[in-house]
Design a protein around this ligand. Structure first.
Ligand code: BGC
Length: 779
């Protein structure tokens, strides 16, 4: 089975998309898929998770560290760079299993000779501050080779500069580049060490670069290594520079092979707990695996103070900000495969509660209004004028920041998902309850009590479909607000039972209300738009059906400038029923138990033709609901579109004149959701794992690992049969139900078979040694 993404030519026009497609990373840093000779013009970036800086009055954005992998090779004075010379042959590849990036480029030199350069590198999953690389040079004729390698301090910034007091030093063979960020004065240090067995090194460029010159013999291969360590003031109390030098020395001491082996072992563990095998469809398999890869390279393993930005660690696009994308599109993958990371993601929201409180207060509301675009402090990085009008060049007022109040409900949804799914309710005592109640208080203060209709409504909001701003009673938003109120009340019961001291303290804090009595009243009189009795369609918001009915193709033909924004005051879609992304249908997916198949199908059929899928968050939702109503082949193209978004690079690159390219973690998570929660039909409510598969035509079976309440299982799901295999060292039995049958308990070391025909059949089998090997060892 193919685990490698590759291409066999160099296309200058693909430099930017390949930077995303060939990304490597480890959650601490992301390294764009650039070639070693690239600089900032080619968008080279070592993006640091959770480190932000503001330059002047420009947008705050993540900080890119100097590039310690920078290397340029010359032969007889001629630079061997794809940017300067068209190569005779070129291969760029990314091996997903071990997360190793490779290139092999052949250049022609004088007298018909050829030089082949190879470079291999990885961002260590074992030592999160370390990058390592291995190079080879081979020439068919004798020639003079010069290698210039070191740390490139000229970093790519969208709204920089962010690094000040940049300094290069040489510390006994180690190159050290240090700087401090402008706003927070955080020190950043990059140390580099190179290992050349065959020639002397000369340091120059004021300590930033080293040069190695030698006479290469025809037919010989010359190999060398590089080690890089990156630290910032966020990682420690002391001096990051000292730690960077120490770490890079230790890395060089250990050597490339040992570092690579440790890195590969970590990746093996990651895949063991997350790989989804699709039998019968190689294209889908590859795309899904690639999507999972993209999620694994950005998962915050080290810290609960960083979450995942909407463009992952692929640069500074979207300000490196965390959106609702994390809770709604990525969290499920981590919940099922690595609950520790899911916990980190939700703890990030708890740590940023004060920022959310400040935002609520700024707008005159109570409680916590989470940032639409959240960074380190939780203050909103989203601007009021997010897009420039392409016709006038003037900033357009957008209301993402002020009116997407569903974000606070999304955060509550995420925390509750975590607690229900894992059974780890300690998060409530660790700040989760406070977040839930503050969000409920915010939404209570935002709600409007309609005295005529005697009900609470949510007015003046923007739902997921951003093309229709400031609308009333968005079905999605109202359904989530209702859920927040329910969760707020359930939290009270849970806390009183299990954490009475925490309950007492928080109840005291909110004694002046609004609190439980107000939440109860609001819930009892709350309006959530319902399906029309005749058409079964749920109106997306009040008066949506009064908008112009126009076909998507017709609307597209009205476009004057391909980058024009379809929403906002004068947007093409604003006055029509065309929506940017799944909205009502997303609601139907989140609350699938509450709606009939007929309602889901009616809304799918109504809204899909009216959906532009202008956000990469959209198609996966149509795949999920199609699978849910037993029509997986309707959903399949939407799944494929989602799963291939970062492979093809076919996504919106501009809104107005704003560059929004990069990787798409929400789509990556959406692809996983469509395959596992959609087609394989898995649903776990914290007690019973229910599987109602609806596999697309070509799929014979899906096999995946899951962690349910801390115990590991492997699921093999086909149309006829589901096999559940419990790890031998599981702590308790979990209930599984398949094909609409009764739940069956599956205890440690047991294999359970559920059949589609007739009553589910239970069988206790000895687990084969091969299957035993497919569980991650518990530490
Ligand atoms: C979508 C939002 C999303 C954001 C970041 C926008 O285009 O409309 O729903 O949160 O991108 O991915």
């Amino acid at each position: 089975m193919n685990w490698t993404v590759s291409e066999r030519s160099f296309e200058p026009g693909r430099i930017t998309t390949n930077g995303n497609k060939y990304m490597t990373g480890n959650g601490y840093m992301g390294f764009r898929g650039v070639l070693e000779e690239f600089g900032k013009e080619q968008l080279t970036a070592v993006t640091l998770a959770g480190v932000y800086d503001r330059a002047g009055d420009k947008w705050r954005e993540p900080v890119n560290a100097p590039n310690g992998m920078f290397t340029v090779v010359s032969c007889d004075g001629k630079v061997l760079s794809v940017l300067e010379t068209e190569p005779l042959a070129h291969l760029q590849s990314l091996e997903l299993r071990a997360a190793v990036h490779r290139r092999e480029t052949v250049f022609s030199i004088r007298d018909g000779g050829q030089v082949t350069l190879t470079a291999e590198r990885f961002v260590s999953m074992d030592q999160l501050h370390v990058l390592a690389g291995k190079w080879t040079i081979h020439s068919t004729v004798d020639c003079r080779i010069e290698i210039e390698t070191g740390i490139d301090g000229e970093v790519w910034d969208i709204n920089g500069p962010h690094l000040f007091e940049q300094r290069n030093q040489l510390k006994e063979g180690v190159l050290l580049a240090t700087a401090v960020t402008g706003e927070l004065q955080l020190p950043v240090a990059v140390a580099e060490q190179a290992d050349f067995a065959f020639a002397e090194q000369r340091i120059h460029g004021e300590g930033a670069l080293r040069t190695v010159s030698f006479d290469a013999k025809a037919g010989e291969t010359y190999e060398w290594y590089k080690y890089v360590a990156v630290f910032t003031g966020l990682d420690m109390e002391g001096e990051p520079a000292v730690q960077a030098v120490r770490t890079v020395r230790a890395a060089a001491e250990a050597g490339y092979a040992e570092l690579l082996a440790a890195h590969c072992r970590k990746w093996e563990e990651r895949w063991l707990s997350s790989d989804v095998v699709i039998e019968g469809d190689d294209d889908a398999q590859f795309a899904l695996r690639y999507s999972i890869y993209q999620l694994l390279i950005i998962a915050p393993t080290l810290s609960e103070k960083v979450s995942i930005p909407a463009r992952g660690l692929s640069g500074q696009v979207y300000k490196g900000a965390v959106f609702w994308d994390t809770e709604m599109f990525m969290l499920p993958f981590f919940l099922h495969s690595d609950p520790g990371i899911a916990r980190n993601l939700m703890m990030y929201r708890i740590h940023t509660l004060d920022g959310a409180r400040r935002k609520a207060a700024e707008y005159g509301y109570l409680g916590a209004f989470y940032a639409w675009e959240s960074q380190d402090s939780g203050d909103d990085a989203c601007t009021l004028f997010n897009v420039n009008d392409v016709f006038t060049g003037r900033p357009m007022r957008t209301y993402f920041r002020d009116k997407q109040v569903h974000i606070s409900a999304d955060v509550v949804h995420g925390i509750w998902q975590y607690i229900q799914f894992t059974g780890d309710d300690s998060m409530l005592a660790d700040g989760g309850a406070e977040v839930i109640w503050e969000c409920a208080r915010f939404l209570y203060s935002y709600a409007y009590y309609n005295p005529v209709k005697k009900r609470y409504e949510i007015l003046d909001v923007t739902g997921p479909d951003e093309y229709h701003e400031r609308i009333n009673n968005n079905a999605f938003t109202n359904a989530l607000v209702q859920e927040t109120l329910e969760i707020a009340l359930r939290t009270a019961g849970l806390l009183q039972d299990k954490y009475p001291a925490v309950y007492a303290e928080l109840a005291g804090q909110f004694a002046h209300g609004p609190f439980l009595a107000e939440f109860t009243d609001m819930l009892e009189h709350f309006y959530v738009p319902q399906p029309d009795p005749e058409t079964l369609v749920i109106e997306q918001f009040d008066r949506y059906l009064k908008l112009e009915e126009v076909a998507l193709a017709e609307l597209k033909s009205r476009v004057i400038n391909k980058h024009e924004y379809w929403g906002g005051g004068n947007g093409l879609a604003t006055t029509t029923r065309i929506l940017k992304q799944a909205d009502v249908v997303l609601m139907l997916n989140l609350f699938k138990g509450k709606f009939s198949k007929e309602v889901k199908q009616a809304n799918w059929e109504f809204y899909e033709p009216r959906t532009e899928h202008g956000s990469s968050l959209s198609p996966c939702i149509y795949a999920l609901v199609a699978a849910d109503i037993g029509l997986p082949d309707w959903g399949y193209p939407y799944f494929m579109r989602t799963a291939t978004v970062d492979l093809t690079g076919e996504s919106k690159q501009y809104v107005g004149d704003l560059y929004i390219g990069g990787t798409h973690p929400a789509a990556n998570g959406g692809a996983w959701m469509a395959a596992v929660l959609g087609f394989a039909g898995l649903q776990f409510d914290g007690i019973t794992a229910v599987m109602n598969p609806a596999l697309p035509k070509a799929w014979k079976a899906v096999e995946l690992p899951v962690v349910l309440r801390g115990d590991s299982f492997r699921l093999q799901i086909s149309r006829e049969e589901i096999t559940v295999t419990a790890a031998p060292d599981n702590s308790e039995a979990v209930a599984f139900a398949g094909f609409g049958g009764e739940p069956e308990l599956c205890g440690p070391g047991i294999q359970l078979r559920l059949r589609a025909q007739g009553k589910a059949q239970e069988a206790e089998l000895q687990i084969s040694s091969e299957m035993q090997g497919r569980f991650t060892q518990k530490s």
